[in-house]
Design a protein around this ligand. Structure first.
Ligand code: NAD
Ligand code: MG
Length: 413
């Protein structure tokens, strides 16, 4: 790695080969936070072999240099020239296009950090699992779009999935290896997002800038909007269902504005084990990077006496219809989570582009889900290509709804 901080302690495991990493989505919020954790990790403990990003060649080149990667892949084929130019004289190989991102995912690695945003991460992340790689999964849309195929591939290839999403990471730690059968309930907390205390009328008129202003977490735009609508918590319930093999009936959401308790597991004997930490993604990222060991981070230590009060409240499905729509898709199962995820990505992009109002995202998602159900398309995708086929149809339907604007009752901006 080119960032060498002399005040960092050498790895306690000195003499042991560094853990090799690939970082997919290296230029994003999770990618940059991963770089921060690595910059303060014990010297010699990690080595980054490859990085991948979407469409910003300069940022990707800078990240590749910072992390000491040998290969950098950018999804946008048009960005090849700029990436190559930015990496000239560094010795880092540049490549572009979706196939190059898959090539990055397959670089030699002990752990692949999957932090691409959205279903764009499905193919490269799945390719890594197919090769038996351990994958630290931030990219929750992978399991929402293609949870069945992902988990079957992981089992077949003997690949391990480590949860990097904070709630799932807390639950993973709370589970402590317990069998899913001993779990009575699994609860994911939600901060409630920037609109938690807003009236329905105010939420209806919310702007992209307001939706992006999350009170507790600093994240990429897609997950920030999902957090404001609570769709994020719905996606996370679906993610938990697949990752932990837990039935929909045992999964629940609790609104917890302080974002200190991230997840809770109630066991059959009545014991409740919760995972706590300050809202700082360095905590779950470091846990995944070092698993089953531990490394120090610069995350602020949790001071419960100073915080004083932790509060909890039920989720309000009336003001946050996206959560209801997502929970319906979880219960319906089959192809509905795939449809939900695809329509939501189109809805969020349209909202961020100022084309639709905030509550229209959930309306579009619900309508596309209803269309898929009415079309008898509820069967669970059996493979990644089937899942992506369902995803594409749902995206087309969502775009068709947008083209027919205004929908009845849609807030036009
Ligand atoms: P972001 O928008 O900040 O970053 C996304 C990254 O993906 C960027 O590096 C972008 O260049 C890259 N990318 C986009 N399309 C790509 C493609 N086709 N091929 C390769 N790379 C591509 O998003 P983020 O906030 O870092 O979130 C990433 C994922 O992690 C999301 O699934 C999100 O839900 C999840 N997550 C994020 C947080 C958080 O705190 N940011 C927390 C939990 C989970
Ligand atoms: Mg989360």
């Amino acid at each position: 790695m080119t960032i060498v901080q002399t005040d960092r302690p050498a790895a306690r495991t000195s003499g042991i080969a560094p853990r090799r990493l690939v970082v997919l989505g290296a230029t994003g919020s999770i990618g940059r936070t991963t770089a921060d954790v690595l910059a303060h990790a014990p010297r010699g403990a990690f080595e980054v072999t490859a990085v991948a990003g979407g469409s910003d060649p300069e940022a990707l080149a800078a990240m590749a240099v910072q992390l000491g990667a040998r290969f950098a892949a950018i999804a946008d084929p048009k960005a090849y020239g700029a990436l190559k130019a930015a990496l000239s004289s560094t010795g880092i190989k540049a490549a572009a296009g979706p196939q190059a991102v898959i090539e990055a995912a397959l670089h030699p690695a002990d752990l692949v950090v999957a932090a691409i945003a959205g279903a764009a991460g499905v193919e490269p992340t799945h390719a890594a699992l197919e090769q038996g790689r351990t994958v630290a999964l931030a990219n929750k849309e992978c399991l929402v779009c293609a949870g069945g195929p992902f988990m079957r591939t992981a089992a077949r290839a003997g690949a391990r999935l480590l949860p990097m999403d904070s709630e799932h990471n807390a639950i993973f730690q709370a589970l402590g290896g317990a069998a899913p059968e001993s779990v009575a309930r699994m609860i994911l907390t939600a901060s409630g997002g920037p609109f938690r205390a807003w009236s329905a009328e105010r939420i209806r008129a919310a702007t992209p800038a307001e939706a992006l202003a999350h009170p507790n977490w600093s994240m990429g735009p897609k997950v920030s909007v999902d957090s404001a609508s609570l769709m994020n918590k719905g996606l996370e319930l679906i993610e938990a269902h697949h990752m932990f093999g837990i039935g929909a009936e045992k999964l629940d959401v609790l609104v917890h504005p302080q974002s200190i308790v991230h997840g809770l597991v109630t066991f059959d004997d009545g014991a409740v084990v919760a995972g706590l930490a300050n809202p700082d993604m360095r905590v779950p990222i470091a846990h995944c990077l070092a698993f089953p060991g531990r490394i120090a981070t610069r995350a602020k230590p949790l001071d419960l006496a100073q915080i004083g009060t932790l509060t909890f409240e039920p989720a309000d499905f009336a003001r946050f219809p996206a959560l209801r729509v997502a929970m319906d898709a979880l219960r319906a199962g089959g192809a509905m989570p795939t449809v939900l995820n695809a329509a939501n990505e189109i809805g969020v992009a349209a909202f961020l582009a100022g084309q639709i109002g905030f509550l229209d995202i959930a309306r579009i998602v619900e309508e596309v889900c209803e269309q898929a159900m009415a079309g008898g398309e509820g069967r669970e995708p059996q493979s990644i290509s089937e899942a992506l086929g369902v995803d594409h149809v749902a995206r087309d339907r969502a775009r068709a709804l947008l083209a027919r604007r205004p929908l009845s009752g849609m807030v036009t901006k």
